[in-house]
Design a protein. Structure first.
Lengths: 244, 91
């Protein structure tokens, strides 16, 4: 085990090197864990929706619980207009949640602790929401940048500020998830290292910290997936119901 | 059962449902979501403002000025975002 707490974030190639032009699209450990988490979601929902018994077994209960949870979340934050986008938000939530949770298994790789992964997710949400906004409201969507009741002299300044605010959404969305995951996993590794270096005499205190941190990290893993989904709902709400 | 009576009952039931939803919203974990939102809102606006300033500086060749202006605009935006989210939370 390496002492460096950052080696856990290392991406390495599994299998042969595949090149597409100048891009390296080889299968890495990051891709492996993405595949694993998507497969786990698919398997749970395949077996959860197969039998449809009135008295659900554990897998069906899990599937139904997550369904109602996300459905309620969308209803609360974005209203009934956002119902058609349920599948998008549900798959996003489940993917982020499973990536986070699989990262909690020892020796596993946390996909969401890499900013490029979270940023791509956030960028697609950002582009998608913008397109939805323009489809729903046409050019009127640009009114989002012009709040009502602003004096004309201040208008150029406000528009620039609103544009910066709008562009900062994918950054804040991706950095939040990435920073939380990376900081948590680094901290766990650091405390784990303390246990080894202090040995049997002084290692008990960092070990108890480590246990507590693991619990905290599981909470954070769930919470960050939840926040990611709920902010997607909020942005969707802004695009669907245009009022400031 | 007369149709009017049924409609009436349906209306009452629907009202109850929406009321319960609203009640739950104030209580459940969405307030934690709002709290997490605030922390990064401030920083990301500054980052985006600085990046815009940097790009504009490169294209127009006005080296230090636009990045300075847009940095402070980013700070203003971040503070405005936080105030706006806080207002939304209070509602």
């Amino acid at each position: 085990m390496a002492a460096n707490p950052m080696t856990q974030f290392e991406v390495y190639r599994i299998g042969p090197e595949i090149k597409l032009g100048t891009f390296d699209i080889s299968f890495t450990n990051a891709s492996l864990f993405m595949v694993i988490s998507s497969m786990a979601i698919l398997i749970i929902f395949f077996f959860g929706s197969k039998k449809n018994s009135l008295l659900p077994n554990k897998v069906q209960l899990l599937a139904e619980l997550s369904y109602t949870f996300v459905s309620k979340m969308i209803n609360d934050t974005a209203g009934s207009k956002a119902k058609p986008y349920f599948s998008l938000i549900f798959s996003l939530f489940m993917f982020v949640l499973f990536c986070n949770m699989f990262g909690m298994i020892p020796y596993a790789f946390t996909v969401t602790s890499h900013i490029i992964v979270t940023f791509v997710l956030a960028a697609f949400i950002f582009i998608g929401v913008t397109i939805i906004g323009f489809i729903k409201h046409g050019v009127g969507y640009l009114k989002l940048f012009v709040p009502s009741g602003v004096p004309i002299i201040l208008l150029p300044l406000i528009i620039v500020i609103e544009i910066i605010s709008y562009l900062s959404r994918p950054i804040s969305l991706s950095v939040r998830l990435f920073a939380n995951m990376m900081a948590g996993h680094t901290m766990m590794k650091v405390f784990g290292g303390f246990v080894i270096s202090l040995g049997i005499v002084g290692g008990w205190l960092p070990l108890s910290f480590s246990v507590a941190l693991t619990g905290l990290e599981i909470l954070v893993a769930f919470l960050q997936a939840y926040v990611f989904a709920i902010l997607t709902c909020i942005y969707l709400n802004d695009a669907l119901n245009l009022h400031h | 059962m007369p149709k009017d009576q049924f409609k009436n009952r349906l209306e009452i039931a629907k009202n109850k449902l929406t009321k319960r939803n609203l009640y739950n919203e104030t209580e459940n974990a969405s307030s934690i979501g709002a709290a997490f939102k605030l922390s990064t809102e401030l920083v990301s606006a500054v980052v985006v403002g600085t990046i815009i300033g940097f790009i504009l500086d490169k294209t127009f060749g006005t080296k230090p000025w636009l990045i300075l202006i847009f940095f402070f605009l980013g700070v203003v935006t971040g503070i405005m975002n936080v105030i706006r989210s806080a207002k939304n939370m209070q509602r």
